[in-house]
Design a protein around this ligand. Structure first.
Ligand code: H2U
Ligand code: ZN
Length: 351
């Protein structure tokens, strides 16, 4: 019997941030693929679309009008999933039936007035303004008594349920800490108590030494494919300094974050020469008034594409019933992404 190699043999990997496991089956990448591999014809969008509810000056559902904004613009979601005024209440019947009222609100952030751009096509200076808005919103919303968790996220691409190609993200703020960040809170707390350092600082130290899964590195931020990545090209942006939330970032760090966000998403677009869909979101300390030295700011990117602009990975079957599973290893995914040109493919075609 050969020695166990994780480039060859099926194995499970542990996600220390959540406590979840993932099944990796590298031997399956040798399987023949007879499906189609195609590029998408990229739609050309206008810089301004009169029918877009996010473009400057346009009317949204409900009749409110967007201002003639020139960089970023934030508004209350007209169809918020959470509401600030809800009667406080609880439903409990024995151990098995339990429901509780939840208070909160949702906002939408337009990243740019330009309808035709996406993050990888924006200038770093313009992306920095998006980071600025995230920081400002985190501070302002976090100061509200009833808000303990602020989820900042971006859904990109209609395959991720994004309703509009105009570059934008969302913020959902609420009283409870939802499950994903709650799991990460417990794991980071336990780690901090054992070691006195943040879990992600120690993880990053190792990753920066091996360089196997690093995608982008600058003075203050790193983008990498986590050792425990679930999605084929999953990535994570982590701050080098163990800051627990956006409000702690310096100006230089905000620029570095923007730079990392751009470089990672350019890699993504270049991989299949398509506007690469993903759900991305920032995990950071809860805004419950307490200090959270265990929390280490990071941003997850979960992209669904597997083999081409149209062939997606489905989290179905075994994955829904048991554990997520992947074929190409995180190391192979990182290598593929690293080998891509650093210039966005659209710029390459016009220059
Ligand atoms: P997506 O990122 O999933 O496309 O969501 C865009 C949000 O914009 C969505 O949550 C909101 C929707 O409720 N929206 C408005 O607030 N006003 C509108 O006029 C249309 C859409
Ligand atoms: Zn638009």
């Amino acid at each position: 019997m050969d020695k166990f190699e994780f480039t060859e043999h099926s194995h499970r990997r542990y996600n220390p941030l959540t406590g979840d496991w993932i099944l990796v089956s590298p031997h399956r990448t040798k399987r023949p693929w007879q499906g189609k591999v195609e590029k998408l014809n990229l739609e050309q969008r206008p810089q301004y679309d009169e029918k877009c509810y996010l473009c400057p000056g346009n009317e949204r559902a409900g009749g409110l009008k967007n201002p003639e904004y020139t960089s970023t613009f934030v508004f209350q979601n007209d169809f918020s999933a959470l509401l600030p005024v809800v009667p406080e209440g609880e439903y409990k019947k024995g151990e098995l039936f339990h429901a509780k009222s939840e208070q909160g609100f949702c906002k939408v952030i337009c990243f740019s007035p330009r309808h035709d751009l996406t993050v990888p096509e924006m200038e770093v200076d313009a992306i920095k303004k998006v980071v600025d808005i995230w920081c400002q919103e985190y501070k302002e919303i976090g100061a509200l008594d009833y808000v303990n968790h602020i989820q900042i996220f971006e859904n990109k691409g209609d395959s991720m349920g994004c309703s509009n190609p105009h570059p934008h993200g969302q913020i959902w703020a609420q009283t409870s800490v939802p499950d994903e960040p709650a799991k990460e809170s417990i794991k980071q707390s336990e780690y901090f108590q054992r070691h006195g350092t943040s879990l992600l600082s120690d993880y990053l130290k190792d990753e920066l030494e091996s360089k196997e899964r690093i995608l982008v590195e600058n003075d203050h931020f790193v983008a990498l494919v986590p050792f425990w990545a679930t999605w084929p090209y999953e990535a994570m942006i982590v701050s080098k300094r163990a800051v627990s939330n956006l409000a702690e970032l310096t100006e230089d760090e905000k620029f570095a974050f923007a730079n990392c966000y751009k470089k990672l998403t350019v890699m993504y677009d270049n991989l299949f020469e398509t506007s690469f869909p993903y759900s991305a979101g920032i995990h950071q300390a809860p805004t419950d008034g307490a200090e959270h030295p265990e929390w280490h700011l990071h941003m997850h990117f979960y992209p669904p594409l597997l083999r081409s602009a149209t062939v997606k990975k489905f989290m179905v079957g075994y994955e829904m019933m048991a554990n997520p599973q992947r074929d190409i290893t995180p190391e192979q995914a990182a290598q593929k992404l690293r080998e891509l040109p650093t210039l966005h493919f659209k710029e390459n075609k016009t220059s």
